[in-house]
Design a protein around this ligand. Structure first.
Ligand SMILES: C[S@@+](CC[C@H](N)C(=O)[O-])C[C@H]1O[C@@H](n2cnc3c(N)ncnc32)[C@H](O)[C@@H]1O
Length: 532
């Protein structure tokens, strides 16, 4: 059993519009969670207002005044303020939304819908610090819990509580809340699909398959009205394909699970031909040699979503060590030269900047480039890089040593790429861009996953992955293969030949374990090349 890529976010929050009892779904205002994203500038403004508002209200007692009778005038006022809060929430003005809901609740502390939407505003706000993040989470939990305390049939409050726990990876808390929402409303397809996603994340693949299928059937049967039906169906078919592709091949009825998974990815693409996750998953499942690298859109979408949890997921959970291993080997290579050894260090695919603290003192100028804007944002928070660029690494490299442009006449002293070429199969363009942009004697240091000869790979596949397509001699001769995991692996001879062809001397070519995955060591290799 295997869950390879981090799961695409499927989580929606539902916002109450005073219609939770028998409401018709079209009339509900809805808000999406962090998945949707918004511009950084307006985010900062909202964040600032929100900070002020939450500082005012952080200690408010949610259940205060629940027993006090409320006059008709106050009920009317509460409703008006509640609707005002909804308008702010719809505009993603979380600070004013919180303020309005709080005022509504001062007038009528039993307004369960206002508690629910207060929870939505709190949980979607952008925190400024880890402490504030915790505070917001706790406040949102209190708000939803007060709603269900006031109305035990408040389906959306249970659902939103499930989403909140889910987004904080508290799956054991999220699952029972989705189940409560579904018990109240068995047609709640969002709760059904999210429950599928939570079970998928927990490794209950059979449970996930059943729930995704159920949700798809409900949506396809036409009984539901939704804004982006094709997009939702595309994502659900993709997730169903992911779960099926991880099951033992003979578990599925009719045809082997990988074939059923491929069908699901194709259906996903029929609903949305631009679903990059489904495209990449299909390429990986059939190990398509035509796919020479992951698309920029796929990489961006994957890492924009992954950025927040990347450091914890990789370093703490997967024992990720590529930056440390590169640092050890580069330090050994430069020996006792005085610091800073380098003029320009180019951190290709810098991600959240894990190489930054290790290499900062070795270089006068530290440059980081990454396709994912969210990864760049996390790297910026470190305050260690002189320049951070959101873009493709080859395009950025090509600006060095060029005859015009910002980096005209400047050459790089060291290019680092820690765990980046797992998203790129054919490395020819990268080698040629490095050769052109590095100073003579410059260093190209990187890690890759290792592709072994067919026999050795067959042995590995038995341990690691039940559904991996066998490695053919053709794959090995090509020098790289897109694995079932969605990552590329490269052979030793391919890398060595590229180095020679592009004028690099190989100083280190060493087997490493850059990280673990599902309890198994990933086999890789690390290279230190010097430009002749
Ligand atoms: C596994 S992360 C590693 C990040 C960082 N090097 C580290 O060691 O923590 C891979 C990173 O490479 C970036 N990436 C992949 N392909 C890229 C490309 N063609 N150009 C720039 N960045 C790329 C991804 O966005 C992602 O942040």
């Amino acid at each position: 059993m295997r869950i390879s890529a981090p799961q695409k976010c499927l989580l929606k929050r539902r916002c109450q519009h005073g219609c939770h009892v028998e409401g018709n779904r079209e009339s509900r205002t809805r808000s999406r969670g962090r998945c949707s994203g918004w511009s950084r500038q307006s985010e900062l403004v909202r964040g600032f207002i929100f900070l002020c508002v939450t500082l005012l209200y952080m200690d408010a007692k949610p259940a205060q005044g629940l027993d006090i009778p409320v006059t008709a005038g106050k009920l009317k006022r509460a409703e008006e303020l509640f609707l005002k809060g909804n308008a702010y929430l719809q505009d993603q003005d979380f600070g004013n939304a919180v303020l309005s809901y709080r005022e509504a609740l001062d007038a009528d502390p039993k307004h369960a819908d206002a508690w629910t939407n207060l929870g939505n505003a709190m949980s979607q706000a952008i925190p400024y610090s880890e402490n504030q993040k915790k505070g917001l989470f706790n406040e949102a939990v209190k708000a939803y819990s007060t709603a269900v305390q006031l109305d035990s049939q408040h389906c959306e409050a249970y659902f939103n509580l499930g989403v909140l726990y889910h987004t904080h990876n508290r799956l054991d808390m999220s699952i029972p809340n989705y189940e409560k929402a579904i018990a109240i409303d068995p047609n709640h397809y969002d709760a059904i699909s999210n429950l599928g996603s939570a079970k998928h994340k927990k490794g209950d693949l059979d449970g996930a398959v059943d729930l995704y299928q159920k949700s798809i059937e409900m949506i396809e049967s036409g009984g539901t009205i939704m804004s982006d039906k094709a997009g939702t169906l595309s994502m659900l078919h993709y997730l169903l394909g992911q779960a099926l592709s991880s099951l033992p091949p003979n578990r599925c009825l009719g045809s082997p699970c990988p074939e059923r998974a491929a069908q699901q990815f194709r259906t996903s693409l029929r609903h949305n031909p631009n679903n990059e996750e489904a495209k990449h998953a299909l390429s990986a499942l059939i190990s398509d040699p035509e796919t020479t690298s992951a698309s920029a859109a796929y990489v961006k979408s994957l890492f924009d979503e992954y950025a927040e949890s990347f450091d914890k997921a990789l370093v703490a959970d997967l024992n990720y060590r590529a930056p440390q291993l590169l640092h050890e080997k580069v330090s050994e290579f430069v020996g006792s030269k005085p610091l800073p050894v380098f003029g320009v260090l180019f951190d290709a695919g810098c991600g959240t900047g894990l190489c930054g603290p290790l290499f900062r003192n070795m270089t006068r100028t530290l440059v980081g480039v990454d396709l994912s804007g969210e990864m760049i944002r996390k790297a910026t928070e470190r305050g260690l890089y002189d320049e951070l660029v959101e873009g493709d690494l080859v395009e950025s490299l090509n600006q060095y040593g060029a005859s015009e442009g910002k980096h005209k006449g400047t050459y790089i002293d060291i290019v680092l790429a820690a765990d980046v070429f797992v998203y790129i199969g054919a490395l020819e363009q990268i080698f040629s861009a490095c050769a052109a942009s590095l100073n003579k004697g410059g260093i190209f240091a990187f890690t890759v996953e290792r592709l072994e000869a067919p026999d050795a790979e067959a042995e590995r596949a038995q341990v690691v992955n039940i559904n991996e397509a066998p490695v053919s001699q053709e794959d090995y001769d090509r020098g790289w293969k897109l694995r079932f995991t969605g990552r590329f692996a490269h052979t030793r001879p391919y890398i060595a030949a590229l180095a020679e062809e592009h004028g690099f001397r190989v100083h280190v070519h060493q087997d490493i374990v850059p990280r673990r995955d599902n309890g198994v060591d990933i086999q890789g290799h690390l290279l230190i090349l010097e430009k002749n």
